[in-house]
Design a protein around this ligand. Sequence first.
Ligand code: C2E
Ligand code: MG
Ligand code: MG
Ligand code: MG
Length: 279
Amino acid sequence: RAKADGRGTYRFFETGMDARAQARRLLEMDLRAALQRDEFEAYYQPIRDVASGRVVAFEALLRWNHPQRGLIAPISFIPVAEETGLIVQLGEFVLRSACADAATWPGDVDVAVNLSPVQFKNPNLIASVTEALTASGLDARRLELEITESVLLQNSEATLTTLHELRAMGVRISLDDFGTGYSSLSYLRSFPFDKIKIDRSFVSELATREDSMAIIRAVTGLGRSLGIVTTAEGVENDAQLELLRREGCTQAQGYLFSKPRPASDVAIMLERPRLRASA
Ligand code: C2E
Ligand code: MG
Ligand code: MG
Ligand code: MG
């Protein structure tokens, strides 16, 4: 068929529609079909209070159960979902799933949901959050929304209004991947965040790099001074946890406790005590 369509074939090469663009277009079609076929699923990773060891929240992390390729992590499809706007529907799916699942958990366990900058350009964001809360019956105070500083980079006036509206509903706002962007400190002044999530890259180098240690110390100190909860991401071993405890980091999340797992495993993740006695 391609051969018969000589011009089309020629243009195909001429316009430089390279393998990557092709792959992206296929992925976009695949994503649309996957939404129809219900192939997405929210996984959950526990977040523990460092002092008590208690599970205080789960972060919802999107997974794609692909019929041929198996379980796909978000890095492989979120960028394309953002470029095509499909992230809005995907984001609504995660919000609904996370609120519905959390409504079945103990009342002192919260749920955190990641929001893409693209979702802030959509005028329906507040309505989507409201809808997810109403449909599930989840108390807004049990919902945390995680944003990165890139959200504040775009159209910050409208974004700040949206963030304040969400906050007024009782929802909490976390600053994700802290330390990886450009001018993180000024963002802390632009909006009163409830939580700072210290990026995994600082935690993974805690034991080997003194500057990472110094940065963690500075951020936890900053959190204390500002009355903001600090959560360390990517905690993989007891040595890291011990250093974080010593620095007074509030919460910890990482493979040390559990990888993200399906909603049906939440009960198990709540059960298993994973912190060593602090004494
Ligand atoms: P994030 O929000 O910073 O999520 C934390 C990521 O670190 C997750 O990767 C998690 O599995 C991983 N992680 C947690 N503990 C450890 C650890 O101890 N070691 C290592 N090596 N990794 C750990 P994941 O699930 O692949 O998600 C990657 C990113 O994709 C997320 O980073 C978030 O930015 C984005 N994402 C995930 N789900 C959603 C979603 O529903 N909506 C949006 N907009 N973005 C999402
Ligand atoms: Mg996150
Ligand atoms: Mg993060
Ligand atoms: Mg991240």
